[in-house]
Design a protein around this ligand. Structure first.
Ligand SMILES: *Cc1c(COP(=O)(O)O)cnc(C)c1O
Length: 253
């Protein structure tokens, strides 16, 4: 076998991912229409976005505002773009212009700032609150105890609409280790819906390694990169003034 044999088409990998989602839905008594795949295209170029779109993926996830600012205008039009990575306040204005859903809202200050820039830019993004369920210090996200105050703030916004919660499980070799994290996010969501008398339909949880477990625990959005697009290239950051029509070699992480 040659090293440079052509990669498996995204459409075939997507069929496999959807089959595993359908199995997980069957095991947990959920309709598979309840789960949507977000194609995490970070580090990949517009040609991968096109392949994902043509395979039938309707939502693309990016984790960096700067990368998305180059990639989205250069990509096929049609996909919904979601921000799934940490958002700094100084990039919030750009974020509301690029993304229809921001999964990674992790502080009251960020909510207030996003509301201000969204009103100013005439945008009305959906937001999810990112929760650090596991309490790992390396993870972004609100502590579970801090979530009600953030919900309160979000409900007072007119430009932003809060539609759910997001989490990242700590990596462990056995995906079963993530199950309690996903279950606790769902329980927190259920409690917030009761306490505030609101609907929070979206649960963004599960990645390539653990999405079947997340689906069994109620995920509505799974964020899948590697299992659809292969290992991510390790690119260098774009040089200042780089030719933004040529994406090759510019993405970091
Ligand atoms: C990169 C990333 C993913 C996708 O990770 P894979 O393991 O490649 O599926 C999901 N969620 C977030 C927040 C990410 O940054």
């Amino acid at each position: 076998m040659l090293n440079d044999e052509s990669p498996v088409p995204v459409a075939d990998l997507l069929a496999g991912v959807r089959a595993r989602i359908a199995d997980a839905c069957a095991r947990s008594g959920r309709p598979d229409s309840a789960v949507e795949v977000i194609g995490v295209t970070k580090t990949h170029g517009p040609e991968v976005v096109r392949e994902a779109w043509e395979a039938g993926i309707r939502i693309m996830g990016e984790n960096k505002v700067q990368e998305a600012a180059w990639k989205i205008p250069a990509s096929v039009s049609g996909p919904e773009w979601h921000l799934i990575g940490h958002l700094q306040r100084n990039k919030a204005r750009h974020a509301v212009e690029l993304f229809s859903v921001i999964h990674s809202v992790d502080s009251v200050r960020l909510i207030e700032h996003l509301e201000r820039v969204a009103v100013e830019s005439g945008r009305s993004p959906e937001i999810l609150l990112e929760v650090n369920v596991s309490g790992e210090s390396s993870k972004d996200g609100l502590a579970p105890d801090a979530v009600p105050a953030a919900v309160e703030t979000a409900l007072g916004c007119r430009a932003l609409t809060l539609t759910g919660l997001m989490t990242m499980a700590p990596f462990a070799p056995d995906p079963e280790a993530a199950r309690p994290v996903f279950a606790r996010l769902r329980e927190l969501r259920d409690r917030l819906e009761r306490d505030f008398g609101i609907g929070l339909p979206n649960l963004s949880m599960g990645m390539s390694h653990d999405y079947p477990v997340a689906v069994e625990e109620g995920a509505t959005w799974v964020r899948v990169g590697t299992a659809l697009f292969g290992a991510r290239p390790k690119w260098k950051p774009a040089p200042i003034g780089a030719d933004t029509d040529d994406f090759s070699g510019y993405f970091n992480d």
